[in-house]
Write a protein that binds this ligand. Structure first.
Ligand code: ATP
Ligand code: I3S
Ligand code: MG
Ligand code: MG
Length: 330
């Protein structure tokens, strides 16, 4: 962290001074960020930037066309960019600048770019003493041949309906194109590589658990409705919209309490702590559903790196506190 006067961002400091009634923040934290334009728009909201500036945080957009080491100096680097080249840039920068906190390590982020590896750590957890059970839906990966899917699904004993998800998550709209498949034969129309995941009835409500370091914020979102017994006779693959990513929150909706009751806090805390340490990540969210008809059986269906924090209530304060409290890298 830099003390005032050590940084050459005079304009921002003067602005902070005015807004603070001549009270300068005790330290200035310089945060370089490399975000896609979509992510920049949703994350760098004016209200957030103003609050951060008042608290002594200076954001600087990293210029991808210039060497990273020639920019800054930074205290923290935030990034969500895909591509091997960028990972190499970040790895190289981390080695040359151990004093900078780089969030998060590319290798750890890569773990979430694959829908099979992203859930592995959840599958390995045992939270049975934590007011609930956290599982992952049964799933399988189809790497290549779509014509083999019906037999593979049968051999694996997966129960229909299945959610078909692109195996790789790379920030593109295509990687979020999902299908609900009612019969195994129609699955051969889909394009591998795919993950086929058992659909879990959950009453149409999903819990999004946002993690920012040690801070946890859980919100309710609308999700897919239950599949009834008679719908099981349906056939075909049906694409569905990004229902849970909509800005509309289910927090204020009049919902059946047995469906909408938030997961127990101790369970959320333990799950978040374990995943933070096992994944080696500070910035992510977890999509969790409650199995319909149960009180305490939960499934994690998705984990996202650097999700849409702009939609997280109070993100401005949570994020500024997080950045200010980051220990300087040693
Ligand atoms: N196994 C499942 N059982 C029931 N519903 C599911 C399951 N998997 C996904 N869904 C529904 O589909 C939605 C999208 O699935 P998922 O979160 O895996 O996709 P995504 O494209 O990674 O989403 P995000 O926008 O959160 O990154 C979920 O929010 C939920 O409504
Ligand atoms: O915050 P939630 O509701 O989970 O939704 C996020 C998704 O989970 C992310 O995958 C989206 O980011 P990418 O599409 O860049 O992966 C992310 O995109 P955004 O930054 O444009 O909001 C969100 O849609
Ligand atoms: Mg999701
Ligand atoms: Mg996702």
């Amino acid at each position: 962290m830099r003390l005032n006067g050590e940084v050459s961002h005079k304009e921002e400091e003067e602005e902070g001074e005015k807004e603070n009634g001549n009270l300068l923040p005790q330290k200035v934290v310089v945060v370089g960020y490399a975000l896609t334009s979509k992510k920049k728009k949703s994350f760098m909201q004016p209200k957030f930037e103003v609050l951060a500036r008042k608290k002594g945080i200076v954001f600087i957009a990293i210029d991808l066309n210039k060497p990273l080491s020639d920019q800054g100096p930074f205290d923290v680097v935030l990034h969500k960019m895909s591509g091997k080249e960028w990972c190499e840039v970040i790895e190289d920068y981390k080695q040359k600048h151990p004093e900078v906190t780089v969030l998060d390590p590319p290798d750890a982020i890569r773990h979430l770019h694959n829908r099979q590896s992203m859930l592995q750590n959840v599958a390995d957890l045992d939270l049975s003493d934590c007011h609930g059970k956290v599982c992952v839906p049964r799933q399988m990966v189809i790497k290549k041949d779509p014509l083999s899917i019906p037999d593979e699904v049968f051999e694996a004993g997966l129960k229909l309906p299945l959610v078909a998800k692109p195996l790789v998550v790379d920030g593109t709209a295509k990687s979020h194109e999902l299908f609900l498949a009612y019969d195994r034969f129609s699955l051969s129309k889909l394009e591998p590589p795919l993950v086929l995941q058992e659909f879990v009835n959950h009453g149409g409500v999903l819990f999004k658990i946002y993690i920012v370091g040690e801070a946890i914020k859980v919100v309710k979102r609308f999700s897919l409705p239950n599949v009834s017994k008679c719908e099981l006779a349906n056939v075909g693959v049906h694409s569905f919209p990004r229902v849970s990513s909509a800005t509309a929150s289910a927090d204020d909706a009049d919902l059946d309490p047995s469906i909408a009751e938030l997961p127990p806090q101790p369970l959320l805390e333990r799950l978040s702590r374990e995943l933070r340490s096992r994944l080696g990540l500070q910035l992510f969210n977890i999509d969790m559903i409650r199995e319909h008809g149960t009180r305490d059986v939960f499934y994690v269906i998705d984990i996202n790196y650097f999700p849409g924090y702009g939609k997280m209530p109070g993100y401005e304060h949570i994020f500024t506190d997080f950045l200010l409290n980051l220990a300087p890298a040693t």
